[in-house]
Design a protein around this ligand. Structure first.
Ligand code: NG1
Ligand code: ZN
Length: 561
């Protein structure tokens, strides 16, 4: 790093002093804190984004959001050149600069890192960072801090994409780096064309007339955030989609307060804006930055809902893709030995009933630790990898190999058996690969795929929900003195530290029918999470409570929620 660069950094960084007495950490999904203490972090992550852009010689994304957390929180995360999460190798650097106590230490850390990573400032290679933010009021001033950070790396430029969903920003970064059209308009057009393609290919027997469809609209809770707004814009250009958006950011409601996918999934009660009149209807919920999607059914005469979670969305997609592949596979066997490898990726939070269902279909199911980066990485190992967290974050990844195979098949069928079932299956899979976000989980594109698949199969949400019955489960959080004292293994299913805690958990778990329980430190909150599953809700609750007590005993005083 030359003198000029050093002095630019030393000049701008004193405007962003770090908060005192707080240890910041790039957790499961970037930094998340109370928005009032985040300016210096966002400024510093702006610097990181510019450096990452120089290093990779690609466009990088910087998103300001705290997703499903409360409105007074905010956060910042990086989208890497392929649209995925920041490389894990850079996370320690993110942690260290976020916690640098003064400008000199900050510059020293940057200098060291730049040398180690051999980041060259020569040749005036400009860095380029796309900026996005959700609807949080604190977003605007944090955006300014990000811009300051980026521009304090000489030659770096930023482009403000405005208020966007997290997956939109990731999509834009990926598209830019692939040399494709990358505006919001392009995003909507891609969704529109692929969604229409899937609707055009619905089997004749399941095509519904317009009147039927009018009675069959999907009701969407937008969490009072950006996702509902974008869905409204999209539905105006997409006449094949019948949707009623509630809780958009233009209403009175507060972001994520008693609304949104996280609330609906964890509490299993109706979000604000939904009531008894919606009983039996198909309802869906986005989270605050629209990277999570769950469906739900309103129970007559009750505030409880029937949750159709990420595991069920995954199961629906897996069935659909498996069916399409089997059509193509049969045709291809004679002269083409290629068989696309379909894989499913879940975390330990996946309901045990979903895992059994998927395995019974003969599918390959892998388990990874919590956090999209792990699921995404694993899904990339397959030709078609479907990953979902129970909370509704997930997507379907198509490898280059499978896409080329599908394109070849498409050409082959066009000349020998146009409009055959085989060609339709190929076209459907190609449409899915364009509809579903290849960068990260995306509530909007996920919703469109669910809607298309339901219409393809002619299923109601009730029928979909009956694919399998969830085992009753309970999640609790326990506040502890130091959450890092819990260390897990085997995709978080076993706690190896503190010593003896797993034996204590096992001793409880065996007492319950279909009992399963694990603990792990949260990556986004200062808590230990407890997950328990058992044959009845009472048993799941009791198992979770007894394990929460064990955590409390082993890890010092705290309170359970
Ligand atoms: P943590 O706080 O690490 O459990 C939560 C979710 C993750 C993921 C991240 C990022 C649960 C149990 N955990 O992480 O799945 O979505 O937030 O948003 O839902
Ligand atoms: Zn989110």
């Amino acid at each position: 790093m030359n003198e000029e660069q050093r002095s630019v950094l030393l000049k701008s960084s004193p405007n962003f002093p770090p908060p005192k007495g707080v240890r910041l950490s790039y957790g499961t999904a970037g930094f998340r804190e109370d928005a009032t203490i985040l300016k210096s972090t966002v400024y510093r992550i702006g610097i990181l984004a510019a450096l990452r852009s120089i290093k990779t010689q690609s466009v990088i994304g910087l998103m300001i959001t705290a997703s499903h957390n409360r409105v007074s929180d905010n956060g910042v995360k990086i989208a890497d050149p392929n649209g995925g999460m920041l490389s894990q190798f850079w996370e320690p650097f993110a942690d260290s600069i976020a916690n640098a106590s003064d400008p000199h230490q900050l510059v020293l850390l940057i200098d060291d890192f730049v040398r180690k990573e051999e980041i060259s400032f020569n040749g005036n290679r400009a860095a380029e960072v796309l900026l996005g933010r959700d609807t949080r009021p604190s977003g605007e001033s944090l955006l300014d801090a990000a811009k300051e950070g980026i521009s304090s790396i000489i030659g770096a430029v930023s482009h403000d994409m405005g208020i966007v969903t997290t997956p939109q920003l990731h999509w834009m970064v990926r598209a830019r780096n692939m040399g494709l059209k990358s505006t919001e308009h392009d995003y909507f057009q891609q969704l529109l064309q692929s969604y229409r393609c899937l609707l055009d290919l619905i089997p004749d027997g399941n095509k519904t007339n317009k009147t039927d469809r009018l009675n069959d609209k999907v009701l969407v809770d937008g969490a009072n955030g950006v996702g509902g707004d974008k869905l409204e814009i999209f539905s105006e250009i997409c006449d094949g989609l019948l949707v009623e958006v509630r809780n958009s950011s233009k209403g009175e409601g507060i972001l994520n307060e008693l609304v949104g996918a996280d609330f609906v999934q964890k509490e299993k009660v109706l979000p604000v804006g939904f009531g008894p009149n919606d009983a039996g209807k198909r309802c869906a919920s986005f989270d605050g930055d629209a990277d999570r999607l769950v469906y739900f059914l309103v129970q007559p005469g009750s505030s409880r809902i029937e949750l159709v979670d990420g595991d069920k969305i995954l199961s629906l997609f897996a069935l659909f893709i498996k069916d399409q592949l089997s059509v193509i596979k049969d045709e291809g066997k004679a002269h083409n030995s290629y068989q696309a490898r379909l894989g499913i990726v879940q975390t330990a939070y996946a309901n045990g009933a979903s895992t059994s269902f998927l395995k019974n279909l003969g599918l390959d199911v892998a388990l990874t630790p919590t956090g999209v980066k792990f699921l995404h990485e694993k899904a990339l190992e397959y030709d078609i990898g479907i990953y979902f967290e129970a909370n509704g974050h997930g997507t379907i990844l198509f490898s280059e190999t499978v896409l080329t195979w599908l394109e070849d098949k498409n050409r082959e069928y066009s000349s020998i058996s146009k409009d055959s079932e085989e060609q339709k299956a190929v076209s459907r899979l190609l449409a899915v690969s364009k509809l579903i976000n290849q960068a990260v989980g995306d509530a909007l594109s996920g919703l469109l795929l669910v809607e298309a698949v339901l219409r393809h199969t002619g299923w109601s949400i009730q029928k979909w929900n009956e694919l399998y019955t969830d085992l009753p489960s309970r999640q609790l959080k326990v506040k502890v003195v130091d959450r890092t004292s819990v260390v897990t293994a085997n995709a978080e299913t076993v706690a190896v530290q503190p010593a003896g805690i797993q034996d204590a958990i096992d001793a409880q778990t065996v007492k319950y029918r279909h009992g399963r329980c694990f603990i792990r430190p949260s990556g986004t909150e200062d808590v230990i999470r407890v997950y328990a599953e058992a044959a009845t809700q009472e048993e799941a609750d009791s198992l979770a409570n007894s394990v929460a007590k064990i955590v409390d005993q082993f890890l010092g005083s705290g309170s359970c929620h």
